[in-house]
Design a protein around this ligand. Structure first.
Ligand SMILES: Cc1cc2nc3c(=O)[nH]c(=O)nc-3n(C[C@H](O)[C@H](O)[C@H](O)COP(=O)(O)OP(=O)(O)OC[C@H]3O[C@@H](n4cnc5c(N)ncnc54)[C@H](O)[C@@H]3O)c2cc1C
Length: 463
């Protein structure tokens, strides 16, 4: 499903695909915001960076996003303080604030026209029982120096009982931003190949051979920026995260409105929204109704979103809709850094929990510093080899149960259920989107078995 942001891709000429064998300092696999931001910093530092994208640049989650550039990731700070300690919560906040600043500076320096606007971020509630939770979040944020505020109203016609507000956050057009970075990468002698799917990574003495269907890159350092890592062993990321899908609709509200912020609720189901710039239209982007990819969806979530929006803007009319997925880490902190102790010079950035715009900038900085052999002040909290996640036993058990269930499902609708080419789980049929989805690790295939979303690389057989 094409997104509103994704329409921007069609305005740009396609990069050629990789047809021969080339050498580079660093090969970046995946051309979403993470891969592109990493290629930007590395090429700026003088490294010969080659980026390989299996489809078009930003054709996956980075164009399915809401485009909020923020350190307010739901009600996360009370959780972080309780589970990881005040110091980690503070560093998490600071690293995300630094990422907002970095993005703003890049936009100025590279002269990127991407509708970047400063906004306030709000998590609101309509539920009596969540008001206390929001007040506790305000307290937790103040304890680590965040200038947050509890407010009773927002400037949209929505009856709320309370909200936490962060100042100085931002929103932008993610794909216009990505193309601005790409212009800078090319200027810095970086290379980008589209329609170049990486099929394998071979270790070769001091170098890696990154294979695509028609050619390969030989590089000392490799960055896996495929959202869900395409290497399964070692690393074992499938044991420490899952993928979650959200629905998104862009509306023309046919109502003039201004707002100083963007919004997400605290209760379930999650609904997140923001105003979008497009000439003088009054557009509203709404995303939500998250579900674990491959599990059963109750009802038509697009319809639920429509109902939510027409309650606020009765004249609202749908322009375009899509779905997008992201990786959810078990301890709510992304995994950024060395891919595995067993594979040196391979780096990873994943598990962004649907807050990957700032996280992609944090990742790009940490990984660039590692490759340049510099210390990064935030690398410890995001360390990808950490084991604390095992503490989240409930989710770990859930993941195991899903995997076991999926393996025993035999037949649906009288046909042999296709299996995922990643780790052999049985796929579930998604009637709404006409896709085969993996309930274990979130790979998705079209109705003919062609891979749409990884970690699977190979297509599957559909009878
Ligand atoms: C509905 C939704 C709303 C969101 N809203 C926000 C928000 O408002 N703010 C925020 O901070 N975050 C948000 N996020 C999260 C954020 O959008 C993502 O975390 C971020 O875009 C992920 O970027 P990425 O580059 O890691 O992944 P992707 O954008 O998915 O890029 C990975 C790329 O790797 C490529 N690839 C995969 N396999 C291969 C292969 N074998 N060879 C070559 N290339 C390959 C893919 O084609 C893809 O282009 C949202 C997420 C969702 C789902």
């Amino acid at each position: 499903m094409k997104s509103f942001w994704g329409l921007e891709i069609e305005k740009h000429k396609e990069f050629e695909n990789l047809k021969n064998n080339i050498k580079a300092d660093v090969c970046i696999v995946g051309g979403g915001l993470t891969g592109i931001s990493t290629a930007y910093y590395l090429s700026k530092a003088g490294k010969k960076a080659v980026l390989l994208e299996k489809d078009r640049i930003c054709s996956r989650t980075s164009s399915g996003t809401t485009g909020k550039v923020t350190s307010q990731h739901g009600l996360i700070y009370k959780y972080l303080e309780d589970e990881h300690g005040k110091e980690t919560a503070k560093e998490y906040f600071e690293s995300n604030e630094k990422a907002i600043k970095n993005i703003e500076e890049i936009i100025k320096k590279e002269n990127i026209d991407c509708d970047f606007e400063k906004k306030k971020a709000y998590v609101y509630t309509k539920s009596e029982k969540d008001v206390e939770k929001i007040k506790e979040e305000v307290k937790a944020t103040k304890q680590i120096g965040i200038e947050s505020e509890f407010v009773k109203n927002i400037d949209l016609p929505l009856d709320i009982l309370g909200a936490i507000k962060f100042e100085n956050q931002a929103q932008f057009h993610p794909v216009k931003y990505a193309y601005g970075l790409i212009t800078a990468i090319i200027k810095n002698n970086g290379k980008i190949y589209e329609k170049s799917k990486v099929t394998d990574i071979e270790e070769n003495d001091e170098y890696y051979k990154i294979l695509t269907e028609k050619g390969c890159v030989i590089a000392k350092d490799v960055v896996i920026a495929t959202r869900y890592p395409i290497i399964t062993f070692p690393g074992y990321y499938f044991l420490k995260m899952y993928q979650s899908t959200s629905y998104a609709i862009l509306f023309d509200t046919h109502t003039e409105f201004e707002t100083d912020g963007f919004f997400i609720n605290s209760e379930e189901p999650k609904i997140s929204f923001r105003k979008v710039k497009d000439g003088d239209k009054n557009l509203l982007l709404v995303v939500g109704y998250d579900y674990k990819t491959g599990t059963e969806v109750i009802g038509n979530c697009f319809e639920y979103l429509k109902k939510y929006v027409t309650n606020i803007f009765p004249l609202a009319e749908e322009i375009i809709s899509w779905t997008a997925e992201d990786c959810i880490s078990l301890d709510k902190i992304p995994y950024i850094g060395n891919f595995s102790k067993m594979m040196k010079n391979i780096y990873v950035a994943t598990g962004f929990n649907k807050w990957g715009i700032t996280s992609s900038n944090i990742s790009a900085n940490i990984i660039t510093d590692k490759i340049l052999e510099k210390e990064n002040e935030y690398e410890d909290i995001y360390k990808s080899s950490r084991l604390e996640i095992i503490k989240n036993k409930d989710e770990e058990l859930n993941m195991m149960k899903e995997a076991a269930n999926s393996i025993v499902i035999k037949r649906i609708k009288g046909v042999e259920t296709p299996t995922c080419t990643h780790l052999g789980c049985k796929l579930s049929w998604n009637e709404l989107e006409k896709t085969w989805d993996c309930p274990c690790h979130g790979s998705r295939y079209d109705e003919y078995g062609n891979v749409i979303e990884g970690p699977a690389i190979k297509n599957t057989k559909v009878n």
